[in-house]
Design a protein around this ligand. Structure first.
Ligand code: HEC
Ligand code: HEC
Length: 349
């Protein structure tokens, strides 16, 4: 082959190289331009699981990061945005506004929503709110009614904060609902994203044990929550640095956390403070037994005889009869739950 012929053959290669380069430059430009001028607001999170169809995440899948919440810096500087910010503030510092010395009203026990819904409901599996907007209104077996977000928030005000309900039209309720909806933006109706609610925790093959749990409490919880579980009030008396775990100022026995399974799933992913679902600090056994201990201690009582109108729908660990089965109140409260579940193969857990 003569040298000139060789040069002619190389030409298409050069052209191809140039085209590739141009394509790469265009791609980079498109990415940069959409970053800068793209739609404001957080990108829609990817939906990874729909519990109704896919079931809960399989064991061992708790290592990838939870779906992040939208960036609070993107809350618009408008009246609607101010409402969202106020809602977030109410959830983070409830006692300052609605507690025994609250600046707006005196409705609640001095705890904050955020005590149980960490980082204003955004921390992965720490009772996270991201799925709420997409999954309410929904039929809840506890009340036998279709509940909107307002009813669900009031449930926690009356039970978890042992307080009084807010009117749906109140400024505070509208703000909290606005914040919760803002958190769930972009998540398709009916779907959950990875990291919402609680994580799954395998049952022990024995009953949970309050006596072992007491030792776990002394070693791992008491330093903050106090020897009597009474918590540590803030110096200004408007709330707590460390919230109470039992006693007159804690959640009442109608609250979700009073169920041993909920408590165990929460503390496994969240306590001692600083723990996360992917870096837990308690073994499963410690989480179960400390849950049994704390929920065996005295706390306010809620008269909730209208709960679970269909007794067959009561969760296996619901600690109040009557039941649709012959298992004792004690076994319902502390387990073992496998035999109860086996007796109700189709029942909601
Ligand atoms: C003592 C702990 C505690 C406090 C304080 C608390 N909650 Fe809850 N909350 C729970 C538990 C536990 C659940 C889940 C209960 C269940 O599934 O049975 C829950 C569930 C919810 C849900 C439904 C979540 C879902 O995905 O279905 C919303 C919304 C909610 N809480 C809002 C609030 C608000 C707003 C406040 C403050 C006014 C608050 N909570 C205070 C423990 C608490
Ligand atoms: C280093 C201090 C610290 C330790 C140790 C600790 N907690 Fe907490 N706990 C907190 C704080 C702070 C909160 C409230 C978090 C917030 O508002 O962001 C909290 C909240 C809670 C809540 C929800 C609110 C309530 O009062 O009911 C529970 C339940 C709880 N802790 C249980 C435990 C258990 C069980 C242990 C031991 C296994 C434990 N904690 C160890 C600091 C601690």
């Amino acid at each position: 082959m003569k040298p000139t012929e060789q040069r002619v053959q190389q030409l298409p290669h050069l052209v191809r190289l140039l085209m590739l380069l141009t394509a790469a430059v265009v791609l980079v430009l498109v990415v940069v331009v959409t970053r800068i001028y793209g739609p404001v607001g957080a990108p829609a999170p990817t939906v990874v699981a729909n519990e109704a169809t896919d079931g809960p995440p399989p064991p061992g899948s708790y290592h990838r990061p939870a779906t992040p919440a939208p960036d609070t810096a993107l809350i618009p500087r408008t009246a609607a945005g101010r409402r969202i910010r106020y809602g977030r503030e109410l959830i983070a510092s409830t006692a300052q506004y609605l507690g025994p010395a609250g600046s707006v009203a005196h409705l609640t026990n001095g705890m904050n929503c955020q005590n149980c819904h960490l980082q204003a409901g955004t921390q992965g599996f720490a009772n996270n709110y991201l799925a709420v907007a997409a999954t309410y209104p929904k039929l809840r077996a506890r009340s036998g009614q279709v509940e909107g977000i307002e009813k669900r928030v009031n449930d926690c005000l009356v039970r978890s904060l042992n307080g009084q309900a807010l009117a749906d039209s109140s400024r505070e309720m509208r703000a909290m609902v606005a914040y919760i909806k803002w958190l769930g933006q972009g998540i398709p109706k009916g779907q959950k994203v990875y990291g919402t609610g609680f994580m799954q925790l395998a049952y022990l093959d024995r009953a949970t044990d309050p006596v072992i749990g007491k030792a776990v409490f002394a070693g791992k919880c008491q330093s903050c929550h106090g020897p009597e579980g009474q918590g540590q009030p803030l110096a200004d008396g408007r709330g707590y640095q460390y919230p109470p775990l039992w006693g007159p100022h804690s959640y009442n026995d109608g609250a979700g956390l009073f169920r041993v399974t909920n408590f165990a799933k929460y503390v496994k992913a969240a306590m001692p403070y600083g723990a996360t679902f992917d870096h837990p600090q308690l073994t499963d056994k410690q989480a179960w037994d400390v849950a049994a201990f704390v929920n065996s201690q005295p706390r306010p009582h809620l008269s909730a005889s209208h709960d679970w109108p269909d007794i067959g729908q009561k969760p296996v660990d619901y600690p109040f009869g009557p039941y649709a089965d012959a298992f004792s109140v004690r076994q319902h409260k502390y387990g073992p739950w496998q035999p109860i579940e086996a007796a109700h193969p189709a029942k909601n857990k």
